[in-house]
Design a protein around this ligand. Sequence first.
Ligand code: ADP
Length: 398
Amino acid sequence: MSQNLVLVLNCGSSSLKAAAIDYKTGDVHFNAVAERLNLSDAFMTFKYNDEKTVVDLSAKPHHVGAIETMMEKLHELGLDQNIKSVGHRVVHGGEFYKESVLIDEDVVDKVEQCITLAPLHNPANLVGISAAQQVFFNVPHVAVFDTAFHQSMPEKAYIYGIPYELYEKHGLRRYGMHGTSYRYVAAQAAKMLNRPEKGLAMVIAHLGNGASISAVLDGKCCDTSMGLTPLEGLLMGTRSGDVDPSVYSFLHEQEGWSLEEITELLNKKSGLLGVSGVSNDYRTVEAEALSGNRRAQLALDIFAYRLAKYVAAMTVATGRLDALVFTGGIGENSKDMRAKMIGYLGFLGLQIDDQLNAEARFGKFGIITKSQYPLALVIPTNEELMIAQDAARLAGLS
Ligand code: ADP
C-alpha cells in the first residue's frame, strides 16, 4: 500500500469529490463523491479496489459530515495514516495568487476576499477547507487555484475596454479558468515533444462541459478566453460564450426579464443546449446531428468555427505556433470536431492525419497531424494529479 498519498478535495456547494492519489506514480487509491449535500437525502459513494459502496449521509448531510464519514472509511481501509497532505481545488485566487500555497489564516482571508469574483465557488471551497482542516488536522493543507496559471498574462490581455477605475476599484478584469489543467497539459506536451517548455509556443484548448482556450509561451499563459467569469469565450455545454453585452438590455426590454433571469439564460440554457434545443452533452448533440437534426448540426458548426477563430486569435499572443493541444472530454474524444476545426486552420500549416486522429481517443493521446511543425496533439488532462503534486511539494514531501 502506498505511503505517499495526498488527498485531493474539490468542494462544490452541494457536492464534494475526493481522491487519494499517490503523488509519485499518479495512481488513484481511493475515490469519494458526496452528492446532494445540505439536503435530507445526501449520500456518499466510495470507490476502492474496484469496489463501490454507497453510504447514507442523512444524519449529517453537510461537508463536515461527508469528510468525517470519508475519514472513517479511510481508517477502516487502513489508509488514513498514509495521507500526508491535503490539496484543495480553489476556484478563484484573484490577483493574490500566481501559484499554489500552503493554507494559513491569511490565505483563508484572501480566498474570502475573492468571493465577489466567484460567488458560487469560493464559499464552497472555504467550507471544504474548514471541514477538512477539522478532520485532517495534523497534515498540511494546500490551495491550488484555477486562476493562478493565468496571472502571467500581460495587462493588454486582461484589461477590458471599460473605465480603468472599475478594474482598480473592483478587480474587474479577465482572470481565466482551468489553469491547473493548462499547467498539467503544457508540461505533458513538452514532455511528449521532448522539448523544454521554454521556447514552445502552444495554443491549448480545454474542451469539457466548460470550455476555454489559452495561449502558452515558454510554459506561461499569455492570453485566455474565459474572463471575469467562466461565461466568456467559446461556445460551451450550457454557456453562451461571447455575446454582445447588449443582450442584457435587449432581453430586458423585449422580454421583461430580470438581470438574474438573463444571467441564468446565458449560463444554464445557452451554448450547445440553447442552439441545438437537444442537449448540453456534446456526444448527444453529435448523435442528433448525424440523424439529420439541423439545429444540432448548427450547434456543432458554431462550436468548431468559434474554436478555430480563437486558435487563430491566440497565435497573435504567442507570435507563432508550435503545437495546438486538445484536452477535456470533447477535445480528448471527438475526432470529428478536431478534424473539422483543424480544417479551418490550414493557413497556419496544420494538416490533420485522419488515421492518427481516429486513434487518439478514450485516453489514448498523441500527435494527430501530418505536418512536422506546427503539430496538433491530444493530451488527456489530469487536474487531480497536478493538485496532488503541488500539495506534496508544498508539504515538503517531494
Ligand atoms: P467537465 O467539464 O464536466 O469535466 P468533461 O471534460 O468530462 O467535462 O467533458 C464532458 C464533455 O465531453 C461532454 O460534452 C461529453 O459529451 C463530451 N464527450 C465525452 N466523451 C465523448 C466522445 N466519445 N465523443 C464526443 N464527446 C464526448
